[in-house]
Structures are given as C-alpha cells and as structure tokens.
Design a protein. Sequence first.
Length: 324
Amino acid sequence: MRRYRLWLKAKVLQARQRFVRAFRSYDRTQLLEALRALGVREGDAVMLHSSYKPTHGFVGTIEQLTDAFLEAVGPQGHLLMVSLPYRTSSLNYLASYRTFDVRRTPSMMGLVSELFRRRPDVVRSAHPTHPVLACGPRASWFVDEHPRCLHPCGPGSPFDRLAEADGKAVFFNVPVATYTFFHYLEHLVSGRLPFPVYTAESFRLPVIDASGRTLEVETKVFDPATIVRRRFEVLESELRARGLIRSRRVGATLIEMVRVRDTIECVLQMASEGRFFYEMGGLEVKPSAPEGGRRGGSPAAASDARLPSRHNDERRVSMEREGS
C-alpha cells in the first residue's frame, strides 16, 4: 500500500508539472515585469525569501532565477538573503554548536539561498545564528558590523542596515510569515513587553570569517518562552489591512512584497496603542519606551522619527523566523 501511494503521488506530481509547463510557465522577462509591477526598482535593496520548485512555473535554473532578481535591482542595487545554518531554534543549534565558518557552513534556508552563498561576488556576515548574504556595490556595508552585534537582528545588524537603506522584503512562493525582519521588529518593542525577548545570558562563540580568522562573537538568543508566544498572524493581518503588502501572480507563482520601513511604522503605532504580535495572556504592558541599541543605546528616538538610522536604534511557517 505504501509503495502504491508513493507511485500515485509521483504520478500526480508529474501531471502537475506537465500542466504548469503547458499553461502556467513564465520566463525571466515576465518575472521582471511582475517585480516592476510590485514596485521593485533599480537601486533597491531587496531581501529575498524564496522557494524554487518546477511546479512554480519559472522556466530556468535557480541561478537564472537569482540573475533575474539581480537584474531587477540593477548594478547599483543590492540583493540579500538569510543563510541560517540550522533548521531548528537558535538555542537547540547552539547546544551542539560546531564553529560557524562563513566560507563553508552551508545555508539551510533552501537551494536558492545556498547557491547564492556560493557566488563569488556574494559576502556573508560573520554571525553564528543569523548570518545574512549580500550582493551589490555596498554589500560589505550591510554585513561588516554583524559580528559586533549583541542582538543578532537588532542595531548594527544587516536588518538594521536594510531599514536604513529603505529596503524591501520579497516573498517568492513562500508565506509572508518567512519575514526574518520580524526579529528586528521584536527588538524595537522588546522594552515594552512584560516578558524578555532574549535569554538572560549571552553566548560567546567562535566564528571563522571570510579571511579564515577565528573571531569570538557574543550574541543573545531568543527566549524559548517568548518564541511560543509569537503570533505573526496578528502583524500580517494588520499589514494587509493597511494595504502594505503588495501581491502579484505570474504563472503558477505568487510574489509578495513589503517595504520594511512600513512594517516599522506599523509596529510602532501598534505598540503605542498597546497592541503586540504576541499572546499576552492578560499580562500588563510596560509603559516605558523600548530599550536596546548599540550596547547601551536606546531606540526611543525611532518612535519620533518612525525610522531607524545609524543614530536612531531602533518557521517554517517560517523556518527563517524559527531560527530564533
């Protein structure tokens, strides 16, 4: 019976692939048109979350798919992807930690991310739990500070730089819940919550950087008790209600996009109203502004400016977010 079910499943998949090739396939030009319609422009900084399957309809290889996104942002733009080296939680990953090597440790975020990592013009941040890949003329600017970030997705991280660059997140055949920038939003509101976002202790871990040197990186880890409180659907519903998530279909593919500064604005306004993307369970919300920053700094100014900068702090369903 099991053999028959596997045979039947393979036949259904083959039939679906033939249908998509015949009626719902699309090429690089059509993909570029869809990205332009979504609002991706030359010069943009785009963090791509993606899934590649024959049943999605793209006519081409993974490398050609990546080339299309690079063409969309142009020679002055930047393409970024997360490259977490694990599929569980950060804490579980660190329990059996092997030295993270920027050059050799594979990305566990799918083939698109892993093949992007192997490109000679792509740089990777030397952070053990949330490394980010970047390609473009200022790629190093996005990733160089990451080893010095106590909070893996907070101030100084590639996520902070993405916000500063007025970046966009694109979801290619994956749910919006794969939004790894969510962790940056968590950091923004962390000081207003009646529970800790991070574990009390930090971890000092060896990391081998792109030049082969061994660094010691100190990082906080997301608290397991807080992870189970997360309710990303609360944030997604708010973003959709405000019309901040744009969608476009091409062939059998769904592409969605959000501007990261719009999500920051949304979260800060929600926080000012005492609304958060966690199960609060009747807990009292702290009235203070969020704490954090570049080791002792404060992102409170971001509440006024509504935007972070170098001077203003701030699974799957998402396997990327559960890497947390």
